[in-house]
Every structure is written in C-alpha cells, then in structure tokens.
Design a protein around this ligand. Structure first.
Ligand SMILES: Cc1cc2nc3c(=O)[nH]c(=O)nc-3n(C[C@H](O)[C@H](O)[C@H](O)COP(=O)(O)OP(=O)(O)OC[C@H]3O[C@@H](n4cnc5c(N)ncnc54)[C@H](O)[C@@H]3O)c2cc1C
Length: 296
C-alpha cells in the first residue's frame, strides 16, 4: 500500500481492505483497497484531489445493484455516496442526492402526489446509478424525467448538465464517457393522484415479484436487449436455464437473471456470463452485450 488514506484524512469515514461482497447485490466481490463514505461534497473533493495527484484509481458505487466486482477486489479508492441522500420536493420538482435510493425518491413522489416515476418503484439502485445507467422499466426511463444533474468533473469542478446534454440512450448516459461523479439529479414530475400512483407502483412491483427471482442475490437483467430479440428468450431457447458454475446460476424463473444460489464467486458469475454469450452466439448468431458492469 503506497499511501495511507486514513492517516492523510483523519476523521473521514475511510476503511482499508473493505470486503465489497458485503455491499454488492450479487454478494460477490473482493476487497476495496480503500473504501470512503464522504459526508459532504467538500470531503469528496478533498479526497479526489489527492487521488488525482497520487494517480490512485477511483470507483464510484451506488447501491451496487448492476455490478459484478472481481474476486481480487478493486485497487485505489471505492467511493460510496450513501450519505449524499437528501431528497427535496419543491412543487413538481424532486432534487435527490446521488446516494438516495431510487425507491425512496418514488416514495417521496407518491407522498407529494407526483406522477411519472412509478416504473422505478422496484429498482434497487441509487439516483446516481439510475442516471449513469439510464435505468428504465415498464416503458419509462430516467431520461424521460430527469431535468438536470450536478456532477463533479475529473478536474474536480462542480458542473450542472441539462437533460438535453446528457446523451441518454438505452442504458446509456453521457457520464459513462466523461467519468464525472454524479452528485445529485432533479426530476421534473407531473401532478397525479395518490391512489392511482400507488396502484401503478403496486402493479409494477407485483409483476416484478411474479417474474423475477427476487429471493436470490442478483444484479438484475444481465444482458442488454439485443435489437429484434429479448435476451431472456434467447437464453431460454438455448436451453441455458439452470446452467450453473460454482454458486452462480442462470435463473430458472427468469433466464435474463444470473442468481447467486450458493456462495458464488465473481469468477463463477463471469464464467456463466461468458458461457451464455458463447452458446447464444453459436445457436442464434446474436452477440449478447452485458448490461451489468464487470469491474475487475
Ligand atoms: C432485482 C433487480 C432488479 C432490477 N431491475 C431493473 C430494472 O427494472 N431496470 C433497470 O434499468 N435496472 C434494473 N436493475 C439494475 C440496477 O438496479 C439499475 O441499473 C440501477 O440504476 C443501478 O444503480 P446502482 O446505484 O445500484 O448502481 P451501481 O450498480 O452501484 O453502479 C452502476 C454503474 O453506475 C456508476 N455509478 C453509480 N453511481 C454513480 C455516481 N454517483 N456517479 C458516477 N457513476 C456512478 C458505477 O460506477 C457503475 O459503473 C435491477 C437490479 C436488480 C438487482
């Protein structure tokens, strides 16, 4: 270990060799060399400035619900924004910190009789992750409802982007290109009725519980939807449901999910992903691209 981050920043919430499997939805992933939970943006800026000067790699995690982190863990500093989780409602706008749970934002919208993001009621990500991934479900996506975001640029400057600048596409946003750290997002919603918002959320969550293997750790849909196909259908038709390496298995309930059925490792997960990609390519000549991000 070349630098001692805890000694450099006394009083900051920093841990060394923190096991990331304790934070990921898949429950896999080796240790973070340093794990850091900033309490406010200035702390984050101080640590990032130091990291840049020392060439330390930086990884920002949201709720780690769309990630497979390698068994060897991550070098440098892994940043958790869970303390930056303030949610403010003003008229039809909701401004939420990047570390706020998307589910809490949907609850705030419900309580304020604001409609638009009912589709997000069951997505276990953070606001930052939802922007980064342009998360979506049931015909809605972040791009439709986010009016602006605030980021910290790689030069450690605070910058605001308006919706039109965010290059939103299918599971894509500008931030994937710039490497900015998302600090908050503002959702522009529309007036609705409490009961109908609530019913729609309940309907979406019932559909999730029926179709998705929520009883197991997973990272949601593993693959992006290939043009003209559904990834889950291709995997099912390839006879891959139940295919298992170690503790990672193609879900028997929803073929698009790879679930951790028995103390899987990241290598198990990556092995299943590669096998599924190979078999689907051989059988159907379709290249499945991962939606989940593999960090190793
Ligand atoms: C059971 C289940 C159901 C799911 N259903 C859906 C669904 O219906 N629709 C859907 O789109 N997704 C779904 N997902 C996937 C996942 O929840 C979403 O992609 C979510 O938006 C990811 O958010 P996160 O905070 O967990 O991001 P992470 O998994 O923590 O991170 C994802 C990427 O975003 C980056 N990132 C996160 N926060 C920031 C930030 N503040 N600044 C810069 N970069 C950041 C990370 O570096 C990483 O590259 C599901 C997952 C599970 C486990």
């Amino acid at each position: 270990m070349s630098v001692n981050l805890q000694a450099k920043f006394p009083g900051f919430d920093i841990k060394s060799q923190e096991k990331l499997a304790n934070y990921t939805n898949t429950q896999v992933g080796g240790p973070a060399e340093w794990a850091f939970w900033p309490h406010h943006v200035q702390e984050l800026m101080n640590v990032l400035e130091f990291a840049h000067s020392e060439n330390l790699p930086i990884t920002v995690l949201g709720n780690a619900s769309n990630l497979v982190i390698g068994d060897a863990g991550l070098k440098g500093i892994v940043i958790f924004l869970s303390h930056l989780n303030k949610i403010e409602v003003t008229d039809q706008l909701i401004k939420a910190g990047a570390g706020a749970a998307l589910i809490d934002v949907t609850q705030a919208a419900l309580e304020a009789n604001l409609s638009g993001i009912e589709w997000a009621a069951g997505i276990p990500g953070s606001v930052g992750g939802a922007v980064y991934m342009n998360a979506g479900a049931y015909g809605g996506e972040s791009a439709d409802w986010i009016s602006s975001i605030t980021v910290l640029t790689p030069d450690n400057e605070i910058k605001v982007y308006q919706q039109a600048e965010l290059e939103f596409g299918y599971r894509h946003s500008l931030v994937q290109r710039t490497g900015d750290v998302i600090l908050d997002a503002t959702f522009q919603l529309k007036p609705g009725e409490f009961k109908s918002i609530e019913m729609l959320m309940e309907d979406f969550n019932t559909r999730r519980a029926l179709r998705q293997p929520l009883e197991y750790p997973s990272c949601g849909s593993t693959f992006k939807r290939p043009e003209g196909y559904y990834a889950g259908r291709l995997i099912m038709d390839a006879g891959l449901q139940g295919f298992t390496i170690g503790g990672a298995q193609v879900s028997t309930k929803h073929a698009g999910f790879i679930v951790n059925v028995n103390q899987a490792t990241a290598d198990d997960y990556i092995g299943v992903i590669r096998h599924v990609q190979e078999v689907v390519a051989q059988k159907f000549e379709v290249q499945l691209e991962t939606e989940v991000r593999i960090l190793n």
